[in-house]
Design a protein around this ligand. Structure first.
Ligand code: FAD
Ligand code: DLZ
Ligand code: SF4
Length: 516
């Protein structure tokens, strides 16, 4: 009897995936494909490719153990066409199949390809909603429809009500929706943060690491410190480790940065959640339980749940809500090339050098490094948003366009003119100084505003505001800053402008070959 072909993509590694039957697996053939197109549409960090290939191979083995028939195509298999569509076509020739069933892809690029399959293969293709997200695309669009501002906080409250997470009936626990104010501490450099959990690579992972070294050795990033969970079991251990050791301190140091402390109290769970090894709702429920058991304070638990139930779901909704040309948004009309130090880390700006180092070593930087160091610099230096997007999509092991793009375009760069954020996340060196130990180790002086030794963020910050006055002065959250600018003498203002200009002239454009 003809079966149904069930392609499972690299970020769909969940046993409760909507396309996989939970009773009798005999009616389907699962197709999993390592393809060149996916591995190279940008030159992903080698750790991301290794994570995906190893996790895919482990997942295929688990499905086979459960009785599924799995057709797994490896990257170097003879005849591999290098694309999802090509591999589905070859699989249709190998199997007696009369239909295709697939869960919607995370990214438009892949959805576009899937949309052509019914016509091309003359078979019914069922595309199922991805039920692993807590809010469906339709539900998000219904929420967004007709609203003037799509603020995350409003969406988050809806999600709290919908799931009952941290709710006492109709009210938020402890009478407050948001404990963000408690989560803005800097960190004591002497803090003993827990070690990052690691997982012994098994034969599958070792084979994949060799493959990635051989085939993708020219991509940006190191592979030798690869330590991401590659199975649901390991991801569960990572969650246990976080809940026990780091969740209680998560909130307080959420926005802090320290030299050499690459992980602090962060969860390190985005890689596992994004490829399906962990379920986001289950992660939130686990954190809530820690609060209800008295094992973690409300400010930490609410702060953590807000990241997943609020930010993650909201970001995904925005990706599908916005037009397909969202990635081309450029509110400030920025055209400057990405500087080469985003790839080399070779800069005297210690904050940037640190953020690029951890990115290269671990395919990871924590949120404030991504937003307030690397993103903030790109914003105030006026870097072309497309080049910034490419960089973020390449360098992080958790990067997929649906999550990277809104975070870069909407949150870090304000390139959408405020669809997402109520004001640009622009800051001078003072913010970084307050939240980190970086400035004490930097050749630049954060207290100095202009001149060769001054922290570049200082002049760039004012120059950004000055350049974009027409676009920002009317913003009620940032407009008032112009009163401070106007109180400066013209001479002082020119010193800022000249300092920014002189610094920007020292930047060397990156070789675009790093990204594509
Ligand atoms: P924690 O800081 O411990 O947070 C817990 C969880 O909350 C994360 O695992 C993640 O699932 C979720 N989360 C928190 N903030 C966000 C957010 N803004 N968007 C989506 N999920 C969030 N996250 C990605 O998963 N992929 C990306 O490509 C990505 N690109 C980013 C680019 C920029 C410019 C910025 C500012 C943020 C980006 N983020 C991205 C969001 C965030 O920085 C990462 O999710 C986080 O650093 C992952 O580390 P963690 O698991 O230790 O997270
Ligand atoms: C990121 C990635 C990489 C590097 N390689 C593959 C692959 O070879 N096969 C696969 O199925 N998925 C891969 N992925 C993840 C996909 O890019 C991801 O599933 C899509 O972005 C979803 O839209
Ligand atoms: Fe970064 Fe400026 Fe501080 Fe140096 S002084 S670490 S460039 S913020």
């Amino acid at each position: 009897m003809a079966k149904t072909l069930v392609p499972v993509l690299g970020d769909q590694l969940s046993h409760d995936l909507a396309s996989l039957p939970d009773d009798d697996p005999s009616g389907c053939v699962v197709l999993m494909m390592e393809v060149w197109d996916e591995a190279t549409y940008v030159k992903h960090h080698p750790q991301k490719i290794a994570l995906l290939f190893s996790a895919m191979r482990h997942f295929a083995a688990e499905l086979e153990e459960k009785g599924f028939s799995v057709d797994y195509v490896q990257l170097d298999d003879e005849g591999n066409t290098g694309s999802f569509t090509g591999e589905v076509e070859r699989a249709l020739a190998r199997h007696d199949v009369d239909a295709i069933r697939i869960v919607e892809a995370g990214e438009r690029r892949v959805m576009d390809a899937i949309a052509g399959w019914e016509h091309r293969f003359a078979l019914p293709v069922t595309i199922l909603p991805d039920t692993r997200f807590i809010c469906s695309i339709d539900e998000f669009c219904a929420w967004a429809q007709g609203r003037s501002g799509l603020r995350m906080e409003n969406f988050y409250r809806e999600m709290r009500r919908k799931t009952g997470l941290l709710m006492d009936g109709e009210e938020p626990v402890e009478g407050r929706w948001n404990f963000d104010k408690e989560n803005r501490d800097s960190a004591d450099p002497d803090t003993d943060f827990p070690e990052r959990p690691t997982y012994e690579p098994d034969a599958i992972t070792k084979e994949v690491l060799d493959l990635v070294t051989e085939r993708f050795g020219d991509h940006f990033g190191d592979l030798d410190q690869f330590a991401w969970p590659v199975t649901a079991k390991e991801a569960q251990q990572a969650l246990d480790d976080f809940i026990d050791k780091r969740l209680p301190g998560f909130g307080a140091t959420q926005d802090a940065m320290l030299t050499g402390e690459d992980f602090m109290n962060h969860a390190l769970l985005s890689t596992s959640i994004n490829c399906g090894l962990l379920d986001p709702l289950a992660v939130c429920r686990r954190a809530e339980q820690a609060y209800r058991d008295g094992a973690a304070p409300i400010a930490a638990v609410e702060g953590f749940i807000r990241q997943i139930l609020g930010w993650r779901e909201y970001i995904r909704g925005i990706y599908w809500w916005e037009d397909r040309d969202y990635g081309a948004a450029n509110f400030f009309g920025n055209r400057r090339y990405l500087p080469d130090f985003y790839w080399t880390g070779e800069t005297d700006m210690h904050c940037i050098a640190e953020a690029v180092r951890t990115t290269r070593e671990h395919a990871y930087a924590h949120h404030i490094q991504r937003l307030m160091v690397l993103g903030n610099f790109a914003l105030i230096a006026g870097i072309d948003p497309r080049q910034v997007q490419d960089w973020y999509l390449v360098v992080y092991a958790d990067a997929y366009e649906w999550v990277e793009q809104p975070n870069v375009v909407g949150m870090a760069l304000y390139a959408d003119g405020g669809d997402m954020a109520s004001k640009p996340y622009c800051a001078s060196g003072n913010y970084i100084h307050k939240m980190s130990d970086y400035c004490g180790r930097c050749r630049y002086k954060v207290s100095q505003k202009t001149g060769e030794d001054a922290c570049p963020f200082n002049a760039l910050y004012w120059d950004f505001l000055d350049r974009n006055r027409d676009k920002l002065e009317g913003n009620h959250r940032i407009g008032r800053i112009y009163a401070t600018w106007d109180r400066m003498s013209e001479e002082r203002r020119n010193e800022y402008r000249d300092s920014a200009k002189a610094f920007l002239e020292t930047l060397t454009p990156a070789d675009e070959g790093w990204a594509r």
